[in-house]
Design a protein around this ligand. Structure first.
Ligand code: SAM
Length: 223
C-alpha cells in the first residue's frame, strides 16, 4: 500500500490531468497540506479518495476536487487577507494559508475562518496546530453569515456551506477589487457563484453545480 505522501501525489496528478487544478500555486498547496491530518482517525485510510468525509456533528470535509475548484476560482494571492465561512476541519483554511501567508515575505497574508459549531472549531484548531498552519490562521466561533467585521475589508471571501443568497454583510466586508466564491441554491443543490466587487457594485458569474451542507445563520438558513 502506498504511503500518504504517494497517495497525495497521485491525487494531485489526477486533479491536474482532469483540468481541475490548473495553477502552480494550487498544485503546490495541495502537495504541501496533509489531508490525512484533517480527517477523524477512523477515516484516515480514505483521506485521498476524491469525496467528502464525515467530520462529526453532521458536517463534512469537502471533496478534494471541490476544494481545488473553489481555490482556483478564488485566485488567492500571497499577502491576501482571506475570510473563510465554514471552517469544518480546517483543511481549506490550511490550503489558503499555504498560498497567502506561508510564502508571503510581507507578513500581511492571513486567513480568518469562522465556524458556528464550537467543537468543530476546536477540531480545526488542533489540526492546524499539529500541521503548523495555526500561525497563519485565526479560528473564530460564530455566525459567519455576519462576516467578521473586526478584520474587514478582505481581499478574498470563501463560503464553504450552501447559502440561500449572498449574505449582505459579506459583500460589505469584501474590498473593492476583491473576490468571493459562494455556493448558492437550495438544500438539494447549488451553483458556485464567483462574485467580483467593483466600484459600481458586484458582478456575479455562475460557475459549476455543487452540493454543500447548509449555511445556518442570520443571513443563511434557519437552525
Ligand atoms: N471548509 C471546510 C473544510 O475544509 O473542512 C468544510 C466545511 S463544511 C462543508 C461546512 C461548515 O460550515 C460546517 O462545519 C458547518 O458547521 C459550517 N457552517 C454552517 N453555517 C455556518 C455559519 N453561519 N457560520 C460559520 N460556519 C457555518
Amino acid at each position: 500500500m502506498a504511503g500518504f505522501e504517494e497517495e497525495r501525489r497521485r491525487l494531485v496528478e489526477r486533479l491536474v490531468r482532469e483540468g481541475i487544478i490548473v495553477s502552480e500555486k494550487v498544485k503546490k498547496a495541495f502537495l504541501a497540506v496533509p489531508r490525512e491530518e484533517f480527517v477523524p482517525p477512523e477515516h484516515r485510510p480514505w483521506a485521498y479518495e476524491d469525496h467528502p468525509l464525515p467530520i462529526g456533528y453532521g458536517q463534512t470535509i469537502s471533496a478534494p476536487h471541490m476544494v481545488a475548484i473553489m481555490t482556483e476560482r478564488l485566485d488567492p494571492m500571497p499577502g491576501d487577507r482571506v475570510l473563510e465561512v465554514g471552517t469544518g476541519s480546517g483543511y481549506q483554511a490550511a490550503i489558503l494559508a499555504e498560498i497567502v501567508a506561508k510564502n508571503d515575505p510581507s507578513g500581511r497574508g492571513h486567513v480568518f475562518t469562522i465556524e458556528r459549531i464550537k467543537e468543530l472549531a476546536e477540531f480545526a484548531r488542533r489540526n492546524l496546530e499539529k500541521t503548523g498552519y495555526i500561525r497563519y490562521v485565526t479560528v473564530i466561533v460564530g455566525d459567519g453569515t455576519l462576516g467578521y467585521p473586526d478584520m474587514a475589508p478582505y481581499d478574498r471571501i470563501i463560503v464553504t456551506a450552501a447559502a440561500p443568497r449572498i449574505p449582505p454583510p459579506l459583500i460589505e466586508q469584501l474590498r473593492v477589487g476583491g473576490r468571493m466564491v459562494i455556493p448558492v441554491g437550495d438544500a438539494w443543490g447549488q451553483e458556485l457563484l464567483v462574485v467580483d466587487k467593483t466600484e459600481k457594485g458586484i458582478r456575479v458569474k455562475r460557475d459549476v453545480p455543487c452540493v454543500f451542507v447548509p449555511l445556518i445563520g442570520r443571513f443563511g438558513w434557519r437552525d
